[in-house]
Ligand binder design. Structure first.
Ligand SMILES: Cc1cc2nc3c(=O)[nH]c(=O)nc-3n(C[C@H](O)[C@H](O)[C@H](O)COP(=O)(O)OP(=O)(O)OC[C@H]3O[C@@H](n4cnc5c(N)ncnc54)[C@H](O)[C@@H]3O)c2cc1C
Length: 454
């Protein structure tokens, strides 16, 4: 056990744990990475290396002016991130995307960490929550069962999920409000905001029938081997509901009752698709109950058949995966510490971000925050206008806690820049304004938060 010494213990040497270790060690802190592989395996990893990429070899767009994930790359490079350094070293040709030669990449991350005198790697599974010492839990979507149970006991079972059930998320400014109206079912709620909390897309019978046909015909993704389809009735994919009967959705998430079309009060819709606000900023809306295993290309085609969403832009498409994650908006403070046990931070995909890049980014922040605390310093708050800040703000407070599901970085998480045109037309200028603002804020934060090694 660590005692109250100044060592940082990191459980999980994946994307987040490796980056956290690098950041903390470079700040002068002693780090022990506890990684269970290769002794204990997961169904997706193949090696005993740190930072193994379990599936695709892509870090997605590398465009730091027009793309939020490209901006996250830029911010991590500026912060001397190990994951980006090695991704750049082992880059493969892939147009505007950053594709990575996976085995040399993870080998280089492993070697770089082993080469630091103040980092050691202990190959063991950690099965309980430590009472003392400084810890980061970065055990990812495939957190081992024993540790998952220990986390559930601490947080309450309802605050730890073993599957995600991601409904697609639409940018608010791409929804056609001349078709869609705002109303909660039966106008429920005390305040006007609550009574108008949902956006409703009406469907006629022919539109509904065509939609069901498209759902049934769409290409679907299979579960990975070992990733059993253990989802519950509460989060069935919509296409599975449609397979159970053509009317099932109309009696489930698409039921038209308790709603009056504000644009045509005497027309009774045959079915209604509802969208619910997904963040405090009101820039993102999720399609309620629309978790799906349809392939991404099929999703955009099918969802744009919904009246009012013909021109929808998607901040995130739907999915269902084996994915262990905590309800960060209720459980973590702004420093990524577990409120009930502040000696433990969480980082990576288990905090409710999604993807290699986002997970590494949250590792970078957790590593720096933990190092600062150990060195007796406090980091200034991460500016919300950076990609890092938009993500951490979302998971530790900006997201709706009740419907919290894993999130990719996207411009919908950013505060609007005043005076810029909304909609598709203004998009290029708007994205450039977001990324310019973010870069200035991130550079200033890095300057202010330079740590003095003890
Ligand atoms: C099947 C599958 C496919 C995916 N495909 C993609 C993709 O194509 N693109 C993408 O961007 N993301 C993908 N992801 C998500 C991807 O796993 C994450 O984005 C990223 O790896 C998360 O980083 P992390 O550090 O949080 O977790 P990981 O990289 O998974 O690292 C967690 C580490 O913790 C270790 N560990 C777990 N429990 C314990 C324990 N109790 N004690 C000690 N060590 C432990 C694990 O062995 C692992 O090394 C996929 C996930 C899965 C499950």
């Amino acid at each position: 056990m660590a005692g109250m010494d100044k060592t940082l213990h990191i459980i999980g040497g994946g994307m987040a744990g490796s980056e956290a270790a690098w950041q903390a060690a470079r700040a002068g802190v002693n780090v022990v990475i506890h990684e269970m592989r290769p002794k204990v395996e997961t169904f997706a990893h193949r090696t005993g290396n740190l930072a193994e990429m379990v599936c695709s070899n892509s870090f997605r767009s590398d465009d730091d002016e027009q793309n939020a994930v490209g901006l996250l790359h830029w911010e991590m490079r500026q912060a001397g991130g190990l994951i980006m350094q090695m991704a750049d070293r082992h880059r493969l040709p892939a147009g505007g995307a950053l594709a990575v030669d996976r085995d040399p990449f993870s080998q280089s991350v492993t070697d770089a960490l082993h080469a630091l005198p103040n980092v050691s790697v202990s190959h063991e599974e950690i099965t309980g929550l430590p009472d003392t010492g400084h810890w980061i839990i970065a055990t990812g979507p495939l957190t081992s069962d024993a540790l998952g149970q220990a986390i559930a006991r601490e947080t309450g079972a309802e605050r730890l999920a073993f599957f995600d059930a991601i409904a697609p998320i639409v940018y608010a400014d791409s929804i056609d409000m001349s078709v869609v109206w705002a109303q909660s079912r039966y106008d429920k709620g005390e305040t006007e905001a609550e009574q108008k909390a949902y956006l409703n897309c009406p469907m006629t019978k022919p539109q509904y029938e065509a939609f069901i046909d498209a759902l049934l015909a769409a290409d679907k993704t299979e579960f990975h081997e070992g990733e059993t389809a253990g989802y519950f009735d509460g989060c069935l994919p919509i296409e599975v509901m449609a397979e159970r009967g053509r009317e099932t959705l109309r009696h489930g998430p698409m039921k038209p009752i308790g709603l009056t079309n504000a644009h045509a009060p005497s027309d009774k819709p045959y079915a209604v698709v509802q969208l619910r606000r997904d963040n405090a900023l009101g820039t993102l809306f999720n399609i309620v109950g629309f978790q799906t295993k349809m392939k991404y290309g099929a999703q955009t085609d099918v969802f744009r058949m919904i009246p009012g969403l013909e021109n929808a832009s998607f901040a995130r498409l739907g999915g269902i995966h084996r994915n262990t994650f905590i309800n960060s908006p209720t459980l973590l403070d702004a420093q990524m510490r577990l409120k009930s046990r502040p000696n433990i931070r969480f980082a990576g995909q288990i905090t409710g971000v999604e993807g290699y890049v986002e997970s590494s980014a949250m590792g970078l922040l957790a590593g720096r925050m933990a190092a600062a605390e150990i060195l007796g310093q406090t980091l200034p708050q991460v500016p919300q206008d950076t990609a890092m800040g938009a993500l951490i703000h979302h998971i530790t407070g900006g997201a709706e806690a009740k419907t919290f599901q894993p999130m990719n970085v996207n411009f919908g998480l950013f505060r609007p820049v005043d005076g810029l045109k909304g909609g598709r037309r203004g998009r290029k200028d708007r994205y450039k304004a977001y990324t310019d603002r973010a870069k200035a804020a991130w550079a200033a934060w890095l300057d202010q938060s330079a740590l003095d090694a003890a």
